[in-house]
Ligand binder design. Sequence first.
Ligand SMILES: NC(=O)c1ccc[n+]([C@@H]2O[C@H](COP(=O)([O-])OP(=O)(O)OC[C@H]3O[C@@H](n4cnc5c(N)ncnc54)[C@H](OP(=O)(O)O)[C@@H]3O)[C@@H](O)[C@H]2O)c1
Length: 253
Amino acid sequence: MTHGTIVITGASSGLGAEMARQFAALGYDLALCARRTDRLDGLQAEIAAAHPGRRVEIYALDVTDDDAVIAVTKKIAADLGGIDKFVVNAGLGKGAPVGKGSHYANKETLTTNVLGAFVQAEAAMQVFREQKRGHLVIISSVTSVRGFPSSMTAYASSKAAVASMGEGIRSEMMGKPDLDIDVSVICPGYIRSEMNEKVEQKVKFMVDTEPGVRSMVEAIEARKAHAFVPAKPWAALGRVMQVAPLKVVRKLM
Ligand SMILES: NC(=O)c1ccc[n+]([C@@H]2O[C@H](COP(=O)([O-])OP(=O)(O)OC[C@H]3O[C@@H](n4cnc5c(N)ncnc54)[C@H](OP(=O)(O)O)[C@@H]3O)[C@@H](O)[C@H]2O)c1
């Protein structure tokens, strides 16, 4: 008996792969998406061995390919008989200081994290509006709350944009009592993954992947509208960052 169906993009590594393991353990059937399908093959085999009753389907997907995102999402809904949750997780952490000639790095991150997230939300919401129900989950970041310097400027901007997108869709859904559609914006602090393995020495409050993702999964299961995770220290720190002077925020991160 399934607990529901969940789509996770960026499932080939880091937080996406660990969310797949933990949602499978909770009883969800999974649709796992990424470009590196060899990684998805391995994860599919691992989850099938650990949870033989679960269905795990894998899909090659580049979230910067609009047509593919729409088509693959429709195919997933048909394959799994509907979608209960869609986790917009695929993301990039590349970046360079603005004005130093590396705009390409910032553009790549903004294209993947913002335009890629918008088309994923478009695809998921098309399915949810037709089903009249669903749960859209946006993986933002604690960096969404303020501007960040140097190589973090584009990334933090992208995470602010997707947090705003999630809240905007949620606001629209509040005015649609005929649609049972929730939107969650999840803002993780620093959780060990491929994205931050090169910078981890400099990063404060880093937690391991398994407990960090557990806090994300709990917030998603609780259908929270907005959550800083892990709650300790980020629920308090996230709020402090929203109002603290910029010189203080620079030192916190
Ligand atoms: N780790 C943290 O501390 C942290 C904190 C806050 C927020 N986040 C967010 O959490 C999400 C996952 O990050 P992570 O830390 O797990 O990093 P990661 O290990 O580098 O994983 C990133 C995932 O995104 C996928 N991806 C990247 N570009 C893609 C594209 N164009 N099309 C499809 N998939 C793409 C990658 O898959 P392929 O390369 O196989 O396509 C990979 O599975 C990101 O949105 C990130 O911003 C992470």
